[in-house]
Write a protein that binds this ligand. Structure first.
Ligand SMILES: Nc1ncnc2c1ncn2[C@@H]1O[C@H](COP(=O)(O)OP(=O)(O)OP(=O)(O)O)[C@@H](O)[C@H]1O
Length: 652
């Protein structure tokens, strides 16, 4: 026996085999056009007020009192900053005038006192503003994140089948995560604008030419900053699909539910190979962007240098020509330094804000439209349907060369009926159940509840009437009781929970847990416990029974006994029969014998209904898929050495 090998990422190890195709998304035409559109500096300038307004709005929603105080601090800091600047230029002016030093100092003293006072107040207010924004920023982030989650949950389920949706989510998520920085950038832009305005005011009083030259000189910096921001943004969004892929690979590798397989299947080196391959594409795009941005920044710096030379040249020209006094030139020098810092701050932070604004656009677009999939249905709130009719239903999942999952399916379901769906893997059973649960709206064909098309029903009202056990049910990290009631409480809470749990045997499992119904079902967390596969399935069925008992409608069970032991399965199937009155029960099962509990069996093949009738009627048919599957299940000719093979079951 060889030494047990350990998973390693040692660089001396042979390189992992070439990774194949990685997870890809598909960008919409509209999105491609938007990304390809050129951007101009004026566009950014035009967008700045809107971005500031949006930041303010977000901030107000997160913390209105803090935001009001922050605004006040900023306003006062701006006023005191301007005052300090005016006073400082006044001081300089006084010092540059001809005369005795003592006279100068006396003249300058009031301005000096004003400078000191205003500067101290401004500094105090700036500190208060920083403290406030440190308090507000995490709240904005939290609010933004919650709004994003809510928007994601308000998308139609079909969105998840669209490759572009994951990418839209990725962009929106990045937008949400930039929100804390947004406030700081907005604050810096405002502060820089106020100080620039004050400096420009001073320069304007000294000589009117100085202001336009100052603004002209800052154009290259502005253009450079906008271009650079856009280059980085494009590098980020054009690698969105790679980021989505990395997120998914990462999740698959670290998630507890697959941790055993990652180890026993020795998956790490192979998956790391894929991970690195995808990561390399991101690095390539980022490096390319960094090179482009460096070139743009160099040109902008040259332009800015030329602009500075221009304005200092103008100042010399004005002094030499006697158009302004030496004292005024001294003040202008000081104001110019402040103005240049203001311009740099405004341009730099404006570009930062603009870049974040691009992400923020993605975020807001997602909030508004949930990636174009926001649930928009009717308002009728249904009761328990007596009749559900499906007519000519067809479904084709988006993607390349997908066969239709459903083709021309028509069926009628009546209240009180138990209907079993049978079919081979991929025949469309789960897809049909999702339609019946109102999770998809018909692309082609109709589904009506008591004559009303499902699209005209209120989505939440419809789902209140649907209880499901999906094929892959959730294992919520909640208590045992919460895993059944999911926070949808009634006065008789525990009695109802226990009543729903009893037919599944979940109550027996809970009785063995240390804290009974209050036990947290999340092993690995303090006080948490883990259930067996069958234990979790019992919880999932109990959840559906609880929901259906509160609001009868459709009870949809997709292989609800696949993990159950024979005793638990037997008990549940009996209970389902007794539970049937007042609701429509749909059962998908690969165990043909279990379908016998249904009033009617429907057989699906390649998305079509190929047979329908009572279990007995279908079993008596000499040919057909049902009969074939039944015979195969009865056939026990494959046997190990301990058990002699049984004769093949008769086929007629
Ligand atoms: N989200 C999806 N996106 C794309 N194709 C899908 C998706 N879900 C299912 N399909 C495809 O639709 C077809 C029907 O799948 P469905 O899950 O409805 O079959 P099923 O009868 O429930 O299969 P099984 O018995 O294996 O559970 C299959 O070809 C499957 O590959």
């Amino acid at each position: 026996m060889s030494e047990p090998s350990t998973v390693t990422t040692d660089p001396d190890q042979p390189a992992p085999p070439p990774a194949g195709e990685h997870i890809r998304t598909r960008r919409s035409r509209e999105e491609q056009d938007r990304l390809a559109a050129p951007v101009r500096t004026v566009t950014m300038l035009r967008r700045l007020p809107q971005l500031l307004y949006r930041t303010l709005e977000l901030s107000w929603r997160a913390d209105s009192r803090g935001t009001a105080l922050l605004l006040l601090c900023q306003l006062l800091a701006g006023v005191f900053g301007a005052l300090a600047l005016y006073a400082a230029t006044g001081t300089l002016h006084a010092l540059f005038l001809p005369g005795q030093l003592g006279t100068h100092l006396r003249r300058a003293a009031p301005s000096l006192a004003l400078v000191a006072g205003a500067t101290a107040l401004r500094a105090g207010l700036a500190i208060a503003a920083t403290g406030l924004s440190a308090r507000i920023a995490p709240r904005i982030n939290r609010e933004a994140d919650l709004a994003l989650i809510a928007a994601g949950c308000s998308a139609e389920l079909a969105a998840y089948d669209e490759p572009a949706y994951a990418e839209q989510w990725e962009s929106a998520d990045r937008g949400a995560s930039t929100t804390p920085e947004l406030l700081a950038a907005a604050q810096d832009v405002t502060a820089a604008t106020v100080s620039l305005a004050a400096a420009a005011g001073v320069l304007g009083t000294l000589h009117p030419w100085l202001v336009p030259f100052l603004l002209l000189g800052s154009v290259p910096a502005g253009i450079g900053a906008v271009r650079t921001a856009r280059i980085h943004y494009l590098a980020a969004v054009t690698t969105n699909e790679e980021r989505v892929a990395l997120r998914i690979y990462r999740w698959f590798l670290i998630d507890k539910s697959r941790a055993d397989q990652v180890r026993s299947d020795q998956l790490l080196p192979f998956m790391l190979g894929k991970y690195r391959q995808v990561e390399a594409r991101i690095a390539q795009a980022t490096d390319r962007a960094a090179r482009q941005a460096a070139r743009v920044s160099l040109l902008a710096a040259l332009g800015t240098g030329a602009g500075s030379a221009l304005i200092w040249g103008l100042l010399l020209y004005l002094v030499a020509g006697g158009r302004i006094s030496l004292a005024a030139a001294g003040s202008a020098t000081f104001a110019l330094r402040t103005a240049t810092a203001g311009v740099q701050g405004m341009v730099g932070n404006g570009a930062r804000l603009y870049r974040m604004g691009l992400y923020l656009d993605d975020y807001f677009r997602f909030l508004d439209e949930a990636g174009g999939h926001r649930i928009r249905r009717g308002r009728l709130v249904p009761g328990a349907p007596e009749l559900v009719e499906v007519r000519e239903l067809a479904h084709c999942y988006p993607g390349d060369q997908q066969e239709p999952a459903l083709r021309g399916v028509s069926l009628t379901l009546r209240q009180g009926e138990v209907v079993a769906l049978i079919g081979q893997n991929g025949s469309g059973k789960s897809t049909l159940l999702k339609y019946l649960a109102g999770l998809y709206l018909p692309q082609s064909g109709r589904i009506c509840w008591d004559g009303v098309p499902v699209g005209e029903l209120d989505a939440e009202g419809l789902w209140t009437r649907v209880a499901r056990v999906p094929q892959e049910f959730a294992r919520w990290p909640l208590s045992a009781a919460e895993n059944v009631h999911l926070g949808q409480l009634t006065r008789e809470l525990m009695a109802e929970v226990e009543r729903a749990a009893s037919p599944t045997g979940f109550d027996e499992i809970v009785a063995r847990l240390r804290s009974g119904w209050q036990t947290l079902l999340a092993q690995g967390w303090l006080g948490g416990a883990e259930l067996s596969g069958g234990g979790w399935q019992r919880a999932a069925v109990a959840r559906a029974l609880y929901r259906s008992a509160r609001n009868p409608g459709l009870l949809i069970l997709d292989e609800p006994t696949s993990d159950l032991d024979p005793r638990a399965e037997h008990r549940l199937l009996h209970a389902l029969r007794a539970f049937a009155p007042g609701r429509i029960t749909l059962l998908v099962t690969h165990n043909i014998a279990n379908a016998a509990l249904a009033d009617r069996v429907i057989v699906l093949d390649q998305g079509r209904i190929v047979q329908s009738g009572t279990w007995q009627e279908l079993a008596e048919q000499p040919t057909g898929l049902f009969r074939e599957l039944l015979d195969l299940q009865r056939d026990r000719t494959v046997a190990g050495p301990g058990r002699p093979p049984e004769p093949r079951a008769a086929t007629a």
